[in-house]
Design a protein around this ligand. Structure first.
Ligand code: AMP
Ligand code: ZN
Length: 267
């Protein structure tokens, strides 16, 4: 099957080994659900982590499908409850940061989720974190970074993160990196996977949505061309000669004394 073979090819490119412990970041959406389903199908050693964002019935629906998927696959599911651990729902955290710092919401959510994932992955002593990011997500991110005027921001984009190595960083992999959202939707429906298909009610990132209006009109090969050109360009991006230090507030790896997450939440 072409779809599954593409994922196998990406995993080969990443160099993922069967004895590695993988934590799949399960949101309940089609992408991360398909990622877990295929990694398990291919015989990898996976477990799941779901971040309950505390966003009323939407979060309940996500939690239910993630539980169902984990039961169906026979994998261990770890749950991080954001309200319990951080005191309020993601929507509330986002709204407070947004009004205080005039930032776009999906960026805030992304920074907080990434920090939680890295910390929990380290606690669980896994080798890799797998997320459901797809070709559309990556094309959007790359174009957004260009519009922001910084190619440097894209230095870490790829099917495997290219962070400066550090013992506290868990590498992130994206097995669906070369597949479009449409292909993944079709596959997950065909396999009847438990998925919440509705959009996150908090996703109001106007900048990204504007870009999506453009990228939605592109064909798969045009999207692939953007990524292929970017991969050629990436080899030429000079990495900033920065050292990893640990955040003074939370201890997570960071480029500055205070990490991005703590900086955002210090309202
Ligand atoms: P998004 O930024 O919402 O497009 O999500 C990108 C990826 O991050 C998903 O495919 C998941 O792997 C991961 N992710 C998003 N939300 C959650 C969540 N609530 N819990 C665990 N992982 C998540
Ligand atoms: Zn911090």
């Amino acid at each position: 099957m072409i779809f599954e073979n593409q994922v196998r090819k990406t995993l080969k490119k990443i160099g993922l080994k069967k004895n590695e412990k993988i934590l799949v970041a399960l949101s309940g959406g089609k992408d991360s659900t398909t990622t877990a389903y295929l990694l398990k199908k291919f015989g990898y050693n996976i477990q799941g982590l779901h971040i309950n964002l505390g966003m009323s019935s939407y979060s309940e629906r996500c939690m239910n499908v993630v539980k169902k998927l984990s039961e169906d696959l026979g994998i261990n599911l770890n749950i991080y409850d954001i309200k319990k651990e951080m005191g309020s729902s993601m929507c509330y955290l986002r709204a407070s940061v947004q009004s205080a710092k005039n930032l776009k919401n999906c960026a805030i959510c992304g920074v907080i989720k990434k920090s939680i994932l890295n910390k929990e992955a380290r606690k669980l002593k896994v080798n890799k974190i797998a997320t459901g990011h797809n070709l559309d997500d990556e094309v959007e991110t790359f174009l957004l970074n260009i519009l922001k005027g910084s190619l440097q921001l894209s230095a870490n984009i790829g099917a495997i993160t290219k962070n400066i190595p550090d013992k506290k960083f868990v590498s992130r992999i994206k097995p669906l990196f070369y597949l479009t959202a449409n292909e993944i939707r079709k596959y997950s429906k065909q396999k009847n996977l438990p998925v919440v298909y509705e959009k996150c009610p908090c996703a109001l990132d106007s900048y990204r949505i504007q870009i999506r209006k453009f990228t939605d009109k592109l064909s798969k090969s045009e999207k692939e061309n953007i990524i292929k050109n970017f991969e050629k360009l990436q080899r030429k991006i000079k990495r900033e000669n920065k050292k990893i230090i640990y955040c003074e507030a939370c201890g997570e790896p960071s480029m500055k004394n205070i990490c991005k997450k703590c900086e955002l939440l210090k309202i």
